[in-house]
Design a protein around this ligand. Sequence first.
Ligand SMILES: C[S@@+](CC[C@H](N)C(=O)[O-])C[C@H]1O[C@@H](n2cnc3c(N)ncnc32)[C@H](O)[C@@H]1O
Length: 246
Amino acid sequence: GEAIIAELKEQKEVQHFCKMWILGDKRKVNSKHGMILFEDIIGKNPGDTYITSTGTEMIIRRPSLEEFTLQMKKIAAIPHPKNNNTALCLLDVSPGDWVLECGTGSGAMTLFLSRAVGVTGRVISFDSKEDHLNRAKRNYRLWMDSWKLSHETDWPDNVTFHQADVINATDKVKHLLDGAFLDMLTPNIGLRAVLPIIKPGKVIACHIVNMTQVVDLVASILKHQLPVVVEQVLEVEHRNWLVTPA
Ligand SMILES: C[S@@+](CC[C@H](N)C(=O)[O-])C[C@H]1O[C@@H](n2cnc3c(N)ncnc32)[C@H](O)[C@@H]1O
């Protein structure tokens, strides 16, 4: 049940080979760089070198949460971790906070929020689609189980999943919120649904994939005279470098 990452030891490209597996019933995995036998991994330390059946040197280690979310199975597109982590900063999520998220999707941001609010906080996650919620719950469970095996402590069980349209948020959420993260096609609908239950002065961060939707959202805020300030419209850059000294 533990998630592991295998990556090429010698990195020749910016996007080098790096793949995640869940150790379990399968006894081996194949890749274009050869076969890895699970029984040979037992007893190694994270970061140790593993030689595949074709003689390729791999590093075997545990994935970070960022890597897990990038490599886990998805049913809906996830924001890149650079965006999720920027949203966490903008929201200023802290241990003990209650935050709402819509939609749950594949559950990537759910995991980041779960870590940020900790054992004393709560993530309330809405998605109208059952299959999306099921995928997110499976990903959450996989990460929790893997965490427990590698850390011998429990990951916080702090997420409430609601299969519902976020317009019903006020019916379902009876606790004032410290923040909300909206990653949905119609954030203007989510924004209006969340406003009555958000604490004064708190932040609603929206992940929006194109400028047309940003303009629509800002226009909707003006049209409905919503009591919010558009503080920042931000594009997050992230560039990998491959450094190969002579
Ligand atoms: C891009 S995905 C979210 C991905 C998610 N942030 C993640 O990290 O995996 C958008 C999700 O919003 C859900 N959604 C869209 N409109 C909704 C609404 N009005 N109420 C509830 N869920 C909604 C969709 O079903 C979809 O699963």
